[in-house]
Design a protein around this ligand. Structure first.
Ligand SMILES: [Fe+2]
Length: 324
């Protein structure tokens, strides 16, 4: 650790400062939207083809989530649709392009564009990935893994500090789906993520499908991972479908495809996590081969049923489903 780093205040001990511009923008937006709080219910990723069905549906979904990068232009149909949704529902903004794990400095222009989206729609939650996707002038269409070592930890913490300071708010960091491990990692993924949350004050987004995909691909128990994960920092959960393939040795290889219903094994893990944590905002992610709205709605209802059942148990104090 460098001397400069050792003498700076630990980020979790200091306030995340809102700039005057952010404060003015938020004050303006508070009069535009009634409530930004994301409820501890099921939500869905917003797709343009579902907007009318969502607005007309008797089932009122808990919240919608959008990828920030789809709304970084100034106007047009995407903003008209999202404005209509935001007038009626709480919103989460999920970034996929900041490249928080990058070796290089964050792209300030991209961060400014993210800030504009956040100021415009005042989402209840803002999240990004523990991953990298850019290097110099190369841009990859994947969320690539980082090694879990001290230099990477310091760099990721610096990047999250910068994001939170520019946005003037806390973000959530999502655990990755992984397909390999780095030989030079010196700590576990759960320890790495816990240290990030402790040092930066960020919250966590627990993607349970990612846990299942990574655990299957790397031959460990997902429940072991979940028992080590800092659940007390989790403010949102993701659920998604995965594709099944095989590796060169004929063993199962899962791909985080977001193109089908949530797998039953992932639902079981979700049931256990909600039993342990109590109700948490839970997003159904479905980004490829997107079905009609009733199919997504059915997945959301399944999550709502688990939340309601577990909330009853939770309130009765029977937190018997400890993760172990
Ligand atoms: Fe996710």
């Amino acid at each position: 650790m460098s001397e400069a780093r050792a003498t700076r205040p630990m980020p979790h001990e200091r306030e995340i400062n809102m700039t005057p511009a952010t404060s003015r923008a938020n004050a303006r937006l508070e009069t535009r939207f009634n409530d930004s709080t994301v409820p501890a219910r099921a939500g869905a990723g917003l797709k343009a083809e579902h907007v009318d069905a969502i607005l007309q549906d008797d089932y009122r979904i808990g919240f919608l989530e959008v990828h920030a990068e789809n709304y970084m232009g100034d106007g047009g149909a995407p903003h008209r649709a999202l404005s209509a949704i935001r007038q009626n529902f709480p919103l989460c903004v999920h970034g996929v392009g900041l490249s928080i794990g990058s070796e290089k400095a964050l792209d300030k222009a991209h961060l400014d564009r993210l800030k504009k989206v956040v100021e415009r729609y005042e989402p209840g939650l803002v999240s990004e990935h523990l991953a990298w996707s850019t290097h110099d002038n190369s841009y990859y269409n994947d969320l690539l893994p980082v090694p879990y070592d001290q230099p990477t930890l310091d760099r990721v913490c610096d990047h999250i500090d910068q994001v939170q300071e520019v946005l003037g708010r806390k973000i959530l960091l999502e655990n990755p789906s992984t397909y390999l491990q780095f030989d030079h990692s010196t700590m576990s993924e759960t320890d790495f993520i816990a240290q990030i949350a402790r040092r930066t004050g960020c919250g966590l987004l627990l993607d349970i499908n990612n846990v299942f995909v990574s655990a299957t691909n790397q031959h460990y128990r997902p429940l072991t991972y979940l028992s080590e994960f800092p659940l007390e920092k989790v403010e949102e959960i993701h659920l998604a479908g995965h594709a099944t393939d095989t590796d060169d040795d004929g063993r199962p290889l899962l791909i985080d495809a977001h193109d089908r219903p949530v797998d039953d094994a992932v639902w079981k893990l979700y049931d256990i996590v909600i039993g342990q944590m109590g109700p948490v905002p839970t997003l159904i992610e479905w980004d490829n081969d997107v079905p009609d709205w009733p199919v997504l709605r059915r997945e959301a209802l399944r999550a709502d049923e688990i939340i309601e059942r577990r909330a009853g148990n939770y309130m009765l104090g029977s937190r018997h489903a400890a993760i172990c």
